[in-house]
Design a protein around this ligand. Structure first.
Ligand code: 6GU
Length: 225
């Protein structure tokens, strides 16, 4: 999979791909991530990327030209399965969307700033609009990092323990059961006895019961369908 991210703050997006699972996935050629500075595509002599909104009001709007030029430059090189705009008014991100996107070959992500991007860019180029939750971020970059992480980590081979991504919270609409490691007792709190039983079926059943209990308590909405 190849992901191209268009942003006015490429530096902000470097670090998330330089650690842990994402770093390894990129090193192992399971994913390629390229950051593109929208400003470099501006034909304006000051390299401007924003302007005042028609109709007035607070805040600036990202102009069409630099974003359109960047998108067209990339589209000339390859076909994109999705061109995603990260925006708080997009479809709320979830595991199902991550699973679907993890099967794609080429994905482009556009990060907005200020009051957002000119609507015509959305009308002309964007195939999917995604929000990562009901709150407002300063820009789309952190959302793009979240989206890319959720996609890359589940590409087969990204996680060494193949079953690990499948047992994640949400992968089966259940939250994860509690986990323990050494020591057996910490500050008077003991590891549940069943985890020492050596009986994998009993342990699996206990984990499933705990997952259901926790999901019922914290996120009953996940159990509804
Ligand atoms: Cl995708 N962008 C911004 N700016 N804020 C958000 C978001 C995206 N998702 C939730 N809040």
């Amino acid at each position: 999979m190849r992901i191209d991210i268009l942003t006015i703050l490429p530096k902000l997006l470097e670090s998330p791909f330089q650690h842990s699972i994402l770093k390894r996935a990129i090193e192992n050629k399971i994913a390629e991530v390229y950051l593109h500075d929208i400003r470099e595509f501006s034909t304006n002599k000051h390299k401007n990327v924003d302007d005042y909104p028609y109709g007035g009001g607070a805040g600036m709007v990202m102009t069409c030209q630099p974003i359109a030029s960047a998108i067209e430059h990339l589209k000339k090189e390859r076909n994109y399965d999705e061109i995603i705009y990260l925006t708080p008014d997009g479809e709320r991100h979830n595991q199902k969307i991550a699973n679907q996107l993890s099967l794609k070959k080429n994905i482009m992500m556009i990060c907005g700033h200020y009051k957002g991007i000119d609507q015509r860019i959305r009308d002309l180029f964007i195939t999917k609009e995604i929000s990562i939750g009901d709150y407002v971020l300063s820009g789309g970059e952190l959302a793009a990092a979240v989206l890319a992480d959720s996609i890359i980590r589940i590409i087969p081979g990204a996680i060494s323990d193949e079953t690990s991504a499948l047992t994640d919270s949400f992968q089966d609409d259940l939250l994860s059961p509690p986990v323990y490691t050494r020591p057996e007792e910490f500050n008077g709190l003991k590891v549940p006895e069943i985890l020492f039983s050596g009986d994998p079926i009993k342990i699996d059943n206990w984990r499933m019961e705990m997952a259901e209990k926790i999901t019922k308590e914290r996120r009953p909405d996940l159990l509804k369908d």
